[in-house]
Design a protein around this ligand. Structure first.
Ligand code: ATP
Ligand code: MG
Length: 574
């Protein structure tokens, strides 16, 4: 007897809406008894939720195995010394859980495993013959997120599949990267997700080329820019758009004007009667190489990810404390501008051609008007650092971009030699020359997928599981479990379905039929079978498909029910 009896199972459902949950998937995961919260961002998976999680895990494993990746297991506890060697003990910052053992040695709870695996590669990979090699694991990751939320979506302990590949050439890396891209697409499709792969920022991982896989959902924390004309798709934080046209106007001489108490773009527009596009905002940053002034046009927003990506310095941060800003720049906060400033200046492309710009005067209560980049102030580097907006011209083809929301369920990176160089992972190439190993890394948020799936597959009554990850395929509601004939028939049908390879949950609880139907909808099992008086009197078992409410009835015989259920499920696959 391998089917599950609800009365012998731990599947507590809630009637009430949990107040702490802000989005449907989080609410439903609590109400349908998948997860329970232990502390902020830390969850238990109850048996029902764990069943679904294991199914996602299985799909991920099958698709990794299919491209020849080798499963293994790496430790969660990782020595500080290793993270110091790549500089990420600092770069990862407060997101890393750090602890000390009894001897005073520092450790991290692995937020990711590049350091550990690269050291393994340094030890085990000797020559070009040992590669390509792809290793992966499915295990817990720990990140002390600033804002854990949405249940398992942004947790502090979560399940990730992480893979790492090792290569003797860039061509080989690109080949594995393409295989991964395909394996990821297959994985998310099998999980029932509607997703897009987008160009992505590389952040603290490093490297140049990266894609994120975004499950499309209005409640997603990420934004994606899409061009329906040329197919360009990018995370909004790195989406390249053509710079806007320069504002109309003529060049004129530079002039310092008194603007007492006028600091913001809105106030300047009002006070000077100019348009926001004529104003240049100056931001102050500090990083490894010291201070940096960053210029963006007044009608644009600074996209910090693009700036960080271009700087390649994860320690770069905006200085927004007035005291600190004044100490670094020598200019009063709120009146900072690029003219005569003794620090490097980077500017968004849109600043280049403003004929007569308004910039901070570097003097309390003053701005310059008529400022011209190149003539009145030096720009060391022009780059695309403005935030992409709905309707902006696509950086590839010029058609208007759309902005949508998404949930990042996976990300793949071409890392190159960042880690192998830092940790001395080299190999002997065909010519007997020693070179750093070229690497890629590839993550999937296994537990986040569950949230994303429910976010995309639910209605007001509850979850609607895609077939491949449904914890059970069939739920049998016995309307009167105290009537022996009903129980007996239900058990016979459950056994028959079980023998036919279907996973069955038998709702034998002492609850009203109404509650059972309600809960069946809530927990979202693809097919509901009803065993009640009608099944006994008329010899008919009623069935209902969760997805579309399609109803059917079958003769109350084992083979007829198995056939009928299979029929209903078949339509699920189409
Ligand atoms: P995010 O931008 O959402 O914080 P990330 O880019 O930092 O994620 P990666 O380092 O790319 O995450 O990790 C690989 C995958 O792990 C992500 O694509 C995501 O699906 C998942 N993941 C990352 N952080 C969390 C988290 N706090 N809770 C659950 N899943 C997560
Ligand atoms: Mg990521």
């Amino acid at each position: 007897m391998a089917y599950v009896r609800w009365t012998r199972y731990l599947l507590p459902t809630w009637k009430e809406e949990p107040a702490e949950a802000e989005i449907p998937s989080h609410r439903l995961m609590l109400r349908a008894g998948l997860i329970r919260r232990v502390a902020s961002g830390i969850y238990e998976f109850l048996p029902f939720g764990y069943r679904a999680l294991r199914k996602v895990e299985r799909i991920v494993r099958e698709e990794m195995d299919a491209i020849g990746a080798l499963e293994m297991k790496l430790p969660v506890l990782q020595p500080e010394e290793l993270w110091r060697r790549t500089g990420r003990w600092e770069d990862f910052g407060p997101e890393m859980f750090k602890l000390t053992d009894r001897k005073g040695q520092g450790f991290a709870l692995g937020p990711t495993h590049e350091e550990i695996i690269t050291e393994l590669a340094a030890r085990e990979i000797r020559s070009w013959r040992d590669m390509p090699l792809t290793l992966y694991q499915i295990g817990e990751k720990y990140r002390d997120e600033i804002r854990p939320r949405f249940g398992v979506m942004r947790a502090r302990e979560f399940l990730m599949k992480d893979a790492y590949s090792f290569h003797g050439s860039w061509d080989s890396l690109e080949e594995t990267y393409r295989d991964m891209y395909t394996a990821y697409s297959r994985t998310f499709t099998r999980c029932g997700l509607v997703f897009v792969a987008v160009e992505a920022p590389t952040g603290v991982m490093g490297g140049d080329v990266s894609h994120e896989f975004m499950a499309v959902a209005d409640t997603g924390e990420d934004e994606i820019a899409l061009c329906s004309a040329c197919g360009y798709a990018a995370n909004r934080q790195v989406a390249h758009t053509e710079p806007p046209d320069p504002p109309p106007g003529e060049e004129r001489p530079l002039e310092l004007v008194a603007t007492p108490g006028v600091r913001t773009v809105e106030e300047l527009v009002e006070f000077l009667g100019v348009s926001p596009a004529q104003i240049v905002k100056t931001f102050l940053y500090v990083g490894r190489d010291g201070a940096l002034a960053v210029l963006v046009r007044g009608d644009q927003e600074l996209e910090e990810t693009k700036l960080l990506q271009a700087a390649g310095d994860p320690t770069l941060r905006r200085v927004d404390d007035p005291g600190e800003a004044e100490r670094i720049s020598g200019a009063p906060f709120g009146f900072l501008g690029p003219i005569g400033l003794g620090i490097p200046v980077w500017a968004d492309e849109s600043v280049r051609d403003i004929p007569a710009a308004v910039v901070g005067g570097n003097r309390e209560g003053y701005h310059y008007v008529g400022a011209r980049a190149g003539r009145d102030f030096r720009v060391d580097r022009y780059l695309d650092i403005h935030r992409a907006r709905e309707g902006d011209p696509c950086g590839r083809c010029g058609s208007p971009l759309r902005i949508r929301r998404g949930i990042e369920v996976g990300q793949i990176f071409q890392l190159g030699t960042k880690y192998s160089e830092a940790l001395g992972a080299t190999f002997l190439d065909r010519d007997g020359e020693e070179r750093p190993i070229i690497m890629g890394c590839y993550g999937i948020g296994v537990s986040r997928i569950l949230g994303a799936v429910i976010e995309q597959h639910h209605d007001e009554a509850g979850i609607i599981w895609p077939l491949e990850i449904a914890p059970f395929q069939v739920v049998i509601a016995v309307l009167r479990p105290d009537v022996p004939e009903q129980m007996e028939l239900a058990e016979r049908l459950a056994s028959a379905l079980d023998r036919a390879g279907l996973e069955v949950l038998l709702d034998d609880r002492d609850r009203s039929p109404g509650e059972k139907f309600h809960d069946a909808k809530l927990i979202g099992i693809p097919v509901l079978l009803v065993v009640g008086p009608r099944a006994l009197q008329r010899g008919e078992v009623e069935a209902e498909r969760r997805r579309d409410g399609a109803k059917a009835s079958f003769p109350a015989a084992e083979d007829a029910v198995v056939r009928g259920v299979r029929e209903l499920l078949r339509a699920e696959l189409i």
